[in-house]
Design a protein around this ligand. Structure first.
Ligand SMILES: [Mg+2]
Length: 104
């Protein structure tokens, strides 16, 4: 399954089940909750880390659909952008993007 198919599946499942499809702030909160569940599973060394990360992706797919975002295209564009970035290391060891483009 590619990202675009996942986004469609997540949206169709939301419609079929009567889940939230219009309250964007709520969806951001629910996504954050799933991220917390994934962290908690990892922190407690549970075998549900993958399932919780899948929940994160599913909520992200739904949020992308709610906001009119083609997540497949956005991720491909962002990866291409990231590959082309150049970083410099500050004296304290922190990596920073070279200042040839605005922060995104
Ligand atoms: Mg979960």
């Amino acid at each position: 399954m590619n990202i675009r198919d996942g986004q469609k599946f997540a949206w169709d499942n939301k419609l079929a089940k009567g889940f939230n499809t219009s309250d964007v702030p709520l969806e951001f909160c629910l996504l954050q909750g799933e991220m917390a569940e994934a962290f908690d599973a990892w922190r407690k060394d549970r075998d549900t880390v993958g399932e919780e990360l899948a929940d994160v992706a599913i909520y992200l797919f739904g949020l992308a659909e709610m906001t009119g975002t083609d997540l497949q295209a956005e991720i491909e564009a962002k990866i291409a952008k990231n590959v082309g970035r150049v970083y410099s290391r500050l004296p304290n060891g922190v990596l920073v993007k070279d200042p040839v483009e605005p922060q995104t």
